[in-house]
Ligand binder design. Structure first.
Ligand SMILES: [Zn+2]
Length: 467
């Protein structure tokens, strides 16, 4: 038995929000509530103390799974969401006692210039502050509802400024003794709390998600994780089930947004697929099966999103521009001019340039065996250069009709050991599995969330059976 199971059983602490609500639910108490506020508080306090005692007899009567899950999740270690780097700032002592902070609430139509002007600060100061560095550029994107605090000296000059671009960051600008300005961006990481949610598909994945109060972002992420194995447009059936362990991000006890998926299971037409999130000691992250296989393939099936296949791979076809029969050794994706073209796999750009009928073309070499070709581009992506490494999904250029093309489309080729293969049907190799050297680390790291997923999934099924 894992420590997890023991932990869950030995600490049956009901979630605090339930404690607060519970006494008020009783009707007789509701009638008396105004007169007995003090008594209720006292009962609440005693209840709270009792229920936090290790062998408390307080029980969760309501088997509402969601609340139990919230409770379980508190016991789990958490994965930190990525943090941005902070630049340390030289400490400056603020010794201006005669000055005070002025806080301005940003209204619609406000700009930093208008706020500064109202505070008596010059346009030169506005310019200096915004253009100080990359961090202070954030002040050119202030939004209604936010606030800016300023500290001015006796001669109405800016000494210090504070602004929160969002709930996780505070920008702090200070004037140094030599009158120059300096800034620092403080990060307030959100507290991740893992939760488990599950659903069963009746009509659509999105409806099932909505029923289980799962956000669209999380469900899109789920579809992305399993998208290599399950075609979410064609393969989904009524009765398919899913379970997701993901972080909810909190600040001062208030949920701010969802974090990433830590582990997930999708049961499609009776077949179960599981994935866990893992970061190796080198810092590379991704989703893997519990056995350590990557959830993704080494290649995207299609290098353009939302496109129509206008010409398939064939031995012989009528070439509309050349007006003769020719074999077509790739796939054409009709897409509007300017549609981003993505590298279908990790690799290195081996050729970038104009190549006869191909027009503007990029060749990517993937290891020693595979080459992919992207032709008729209108232009290349910034930074796409010969010899440069590219990541799967990275934009390398944009759809166009350069070379011999009757209209804007991407001509895509997939070559294995130099031989043209049909990109739509070729068996795509899996992405790299977990490095053997990290296998122990992997098993240890994923244990908690995998156990949680398995335990919760079992519990959900048991609950459904009992209904
Ligand atoms: Zn083509």
């Amino acid at each position: 038995m894992s420590y997890l199971d023991l932990d869950f059983k030995s600490r049956p602490t009901p979630p605090p929000q339930r404690l607060r609500r519970r006494p008020f639910k009783k009707p007789q108490l509701n009638r008396l509530i105004r007169g007995l506020t003090a008594l209720v508080t006292l009962i609440g306090a005693i209840y709270l103390i009792l229920s936090f005692l290790p062998d408390s007899s307080a029980k969760i009567e309501d088997s509402n799974l969601k609340q139990q899950r919230l409770h379980y999740s508190v016991l789990l270690p958490s994965i930190k969401e990525p943090e941005l780097e902070t630049t340390p700032l030289d400490p400056v002592t603020e010794t201006l006692s005669s000055t005070q902070w002025i806080t301005t609430q940003i209204k619609s139509g406000d700009t930093l210039a208008s706020i500064f002007s109202e505070a008596g600060l010059s346009a030169t100061t506005t310019h200096k502050v915004v253009n100080l560095n990359k961090q202070t550029k954030k002040l050119s994107k202030i939004r209604p509802g936010q606030s800016i605090s300023m500290l001015l000296d006796d001669s109405q000059q800016l000494v210090s400024l504070k602004y929160m671009p969002d709930i996780t960051q505070t920008l702090h600008i200070k004037r140094l003794e030599d009158e120059s300005l300096t800034s620092e961006l403080l990060h307030h990481p959100l507290d991740p709390i893992p939760v488990f949610k599950s659903g069963t598909i009746n009509s659509s994945l999105f409806e099932a998600a909505a029923d289980s109060e799962i956000s669209e972002n999380i469900i899109m992420e789920l579809a992305g994780i399993f998208g290599w194995d399950i075609d979410f447009a064609l393969d989904i059936r009524k009765g398919d089930q899913f379970g997701i362990v993901y972080n909810e991000l909190y600040k001062d006890g208030e949920k701010i947004r969802d974090g990433r998926i830590l582990a997930a299971e999708f049961i499609n037409q009776g077949k179960s697929y599981q994935a866990v999130y893992y970061t190796d000691p080198k810092g590379e992250s991704g989703y893997f099966s519990p056995e350590g296989k990557s959830m993704r393939k080494a290649f995207l099936r299609s290098p353009v999103k939302f496109s129509r296949i206008s010409s398939r791979f064939s031995r012989k076809r009528w070439h509309p521009v050349l007006s003769k029969w020719r074999s077509h050794k790739g796939v054409d994706y009709a897409a509007p001019r300017g549609t981003p073209i993505r590298a279908s796999g990790d690799g290195k750009i081996k050729f970038k340039g104009t190549k006869g009928g191909y027009g503007k073309t990029v060749f990517i070499q993937h290891g020693s065996k595979y080459t992919t070709v992207y032709a008729h581009m209108s232009r290349y992506a910034k930074g796409a250069r010969k010899g440069k490494s590219v990541k799967q999904g990275q934009v390398i250029g944009y759809v166009g009709s350069t070379g011999l093309a009757s209209g804007p489309h991407l001509h895509y080729e997939f070559r294995v050991n130099g031989v043209h293969r049909n990109p739509l049907t070729v068996k795509l190799p899996a992405a790299e599995p977990i490095d053997k050297a990290y296998k122990t680390h992997f098993t240890r790291e994923i244990k908690t969330y995998l156990s949680m997923l398995n335990l919760m999934s079992k519990e959900t099924i048991a609950k459904l059976d009992n209904e």
